[in-house]
Design a protein around this ligand. Sequence first.
Ligand SMILES: Cc1cc2nc3c(=O)[nH]c(=O)nc-3n(C[C@H](O)[C@H](O)[C@H](O)COP(=O)(O)OP(=O)(O)OC[C@H]3O[C@@H](n4cnc5c(N)ncnc54)[C@H](O)[C@@H]3O)c2cc1C
Ligand code: SF4
Ligand code: SF4
Length: 507
Amino acid sequence: MATYYIKTNRVFTALRKYGWIFTVLVALGGTFVEPKLGLAVIGIMAGLIGTSFFKGRYWCGNICPHGSLFDSLIHPISLNKNIPKVLKSKPMIIGFFLFFMYNFGGNTLNALEHWGDASFWNRLGMVFSRTYLMVFVVGGLLGLVKNPRTWCQFCPMGTLEKVSYGVGTKLNANKNTDKKLTIESKDKCHACGKCARVCPFQLEPYTNFSENNQFDDINCIRCGTCVENCPAGILSFENERNALELKLNSDLEGYEDRQKILAALTDIQDLGENIKEFTFEFTSPKSVAYKAGQFILVKLKDSESMYRAYSIASYNENNKSLRVIIKKVPGGYGTENIFNQFAVGDSVELEGPMGEELVVDKDAKKVLFVGNGIGMTPFIPLTKDTLKHRKDIKEVAFVHGQRKEKDFYYHDYFLNLAKEYDQFNYLPIASRPENSTTSKGYVMDGIKDLDLTGYHIYMCGSPRMITDTMNLLLEKGVPKDRIFYESEEKVKEGEEKGNIRKQKKTA
Ligand SMILES: Cc1cc2nc3c(=O)[nH]c(=O)nc-3n(C[C@H](O)[C@H](O)[C@H](O)COP(=O)(O)OP(=O)(O)OC[C@H]3O[C@@H](n4cnc5c(N)ncnc54)[C@H](O)[C@@H]3O)c2cc1C
Ligand code: SF4
Ligand code: SF4
């Protein structure tokens, strides 16, 4: 059964990975061994109030030792359920803040009465250590049975941060330092909801970006989990001025024809285990122009605002229809919805066409296409379109990687193209072939001996394949500006050799 919220890594720095050690040291060490350890919390409180004045709840997502505990230790074993609304409500936040301050303030005053005594610092340290222990126990338990960041919804320190941030904003003191979550362009958003599904605070950025493309929710802890997971790679943290610049300079080539489309689902074909091909005929508008290499968004059923991106698998004959090939992902929220609820005759909302990464450049003279797994899909139209319409392109090759022979759907289609067009070289390669006549290996093995001088290269598939192939291509001396890719998931920039970049066309 697919669940909405996704458990994904939230720990991106050493501070976030190991900050919990401080929590354990102060909560347990301070309460049971050396009370003075608790005095370190005074620095924590000063730090979070000061940071939030300039950067909102940045502390919670990046520095807080309890946050580290929740994300590093609790998250992997948490039930990761919905955070109860009541715990996010204003009465809860204000009520708990007053209750906490009453107790904490009372205990601190009691300790202050012993000012000058030998026991004073121990007494004061114990107030902080016990408070830390209480958060450790209550926050930890809530994190296990609900969601790791449940405590943070009403944490009194979070409330203090919001007050401090409000003052900083009122005084206009954080205009440059306040880096909010920013979307480069709403037109490039896939509306996939992944930013909301991975958010530790269960916020919904993608439906709430402001006019200037920023996410103004005061509870955003600027943790970057959504930035890391956005498949479109369009999220970052920017101050107001940079957000505006990003918006104005966003390259919208390939996204300018995006529109809402109503379509009838006219055919569903089984192509293999958990792989289906869906044919849509446009009903409103009746005609939609799209280019080989673009993708389309398919709206999920019973969902107000969630779509999934699919490469267009059909060669556009007449602007009347399109096909997509979808692989069912185990535990996948969207593909479970599509495989279980979509039926021939349904009216389905699409949005697009979108994308330009795989659209073949005007100045390309030789082209290599590389696709593995479900990532072979865009090359169905791309090969045909290039061979049919780009007479200036003298060599076209397609390295098609799958696991076994039965996974090479559209195999005959590519073989026929190779028969019809002398300039087309079709290179299927299987990692686990079942008969000895099939080339064995990964796509890199199919590429390593090719002479790629003068080639433009277009890749689609798993992030691992793209990263490895990119490294190989760079080693072979292919210039970076001739390598283009698209992936079902975000490919980590700078991974491996530190030279991976999402390539943008320069037109
Ligand atoms: C430009 C583009 C083109 C694409 N083209 C195609 C295409 O042609 N064909 C195709 O099949 N796909 C394509 N995709 C991928 C597609 O958009 C979807 O991402 C895919 O169908 C999976 O969607 P889902 O909702 O079923 O999976 P999701 O629910 O979003 O799951 C995504 C991943 O997270 C994991 N996950 C889900 N829930 C949890 C959880 N609770 N805890 C831990 N992990 C979890 C899943 O196992 C999976 O690995 C494309 C993507 C992009 C960006
Ligand atoms: S919106 Fe993004 S940055 Fe903000 S808390 Fe959620 S995941 Fe973190
Ligand atoms: S593409 Fe998906 S993850 Fe990225 S901003 Fe849009 S909805 Fe969020």
